[in-house]
Design a protein around this ligand. Structure first.
Ligand code: DC
Length: 229
């Protein structure tokens, strides 16, 4: 897994919603001082555009067209859709639900995979999603698959929503998480699963820093000093 020092480094972090993968991916990118790519935000942006344009999520052709026409950009912590900052709008429960439907559309995935590969061209990157290690970057330098117990994931999601001012019952979130997992794992195209060479990290009993320490340790073992920027 060692690579030439003048190559770029790609670290993939995949896993289900609420596993702690986003926090880990952001934190790891900051520790390594490399770019972070939130690929879920891209599917969310396509979903938001469909909702706003009243496109039926069952209309595969129309949804695919929306994905191709959407200008999705990242600026610092902001996600921009056709020039507008949609960082908050893509996180509503409605957009969350819609995103998992658009993510099962092959035309949408084709467009997003292309954008993701472009985003990683010639730069070091930590990229986070469901298919980054399996489909988008099969030759990534280090791959992680982050998991956590469903109850713990529901609790974390509840806390996140509370911070945003919304109270949602735990049982409702647990059901939502399980339904979304089933859709993400059961879909024909790019289903959620660990790459064969992924390191599995269970975050249920780890602090966010503990997760990062473990990831950094694995990167250092895999890449030597290259992982210690
Ligand atoms: O990680 P997230 O919750 O923001 O992702 C939103 C949806 O997009 C989720 O249903 C899974 C899907 N997704 C995907 O299919 N592939 C990715 N690489 C990232 C997200």
């Amino acid at each position: 897994m060692l690579k030439a020092t003048n190559d770029t480094m790609i670290v993939t972090i995949d896993g289900p919603a609420g596993s702690g993968k986003s926090t880990a991916a952001r934190g790891l990118a900051a520790r390594l001082n490399v770019r972070f790519l939130d690929t879920g935000a891209m599917y969310r942006a396509v979903a938001l555009k469909c909702l706003r344009e009243d496109i039926s999520l069952d209309d595969q052709v129309a949804v695919g067209r929306v994905a191709r026409s959407a200008a999705i950009r990242f600026e610092g912590d902001q996600v921009r859709l056709d020039g507008e900052d949609v960082s908050t709008a893509i996180r509503t429960p409605e957009a969350t639900k819609a995103s998992s439907f658009v993510a099962s559309n092959p035309a949408v995935r084709e467009s997003m995979v292309e954008l993701q590969r472009q985003a990683a061209k010639n730069i070091d990157i930590v990229t986070e999603g469901r298919d980054q290690g399996t489909v988008v970057f099969p030759n990534a330098n280090v791959k992680f698959f982050v998991v956590a117990d469903p109850e713990e994931r529901a609790r974390r999601r509840q806390l996140d929503l509370k911070r945003q001012g919304t109270d949602v019952a735990l049982v409702e979130l647990l059901q939502e998480i399980q339904a979304r997992d089933a859709r993400d794992e059961g879909r024909e195209i790019a289903p959620l699963k660990p790459a064969e060479d992924a390191h599995i990290i269970n975050t249920s009993n780890l602090t966010p820093d503990g997760v990062l320490d473990e990831m950094q340790r694995i990167i250092e073992v895999s890449l030597g000093n290259r992982g210690r920027k």
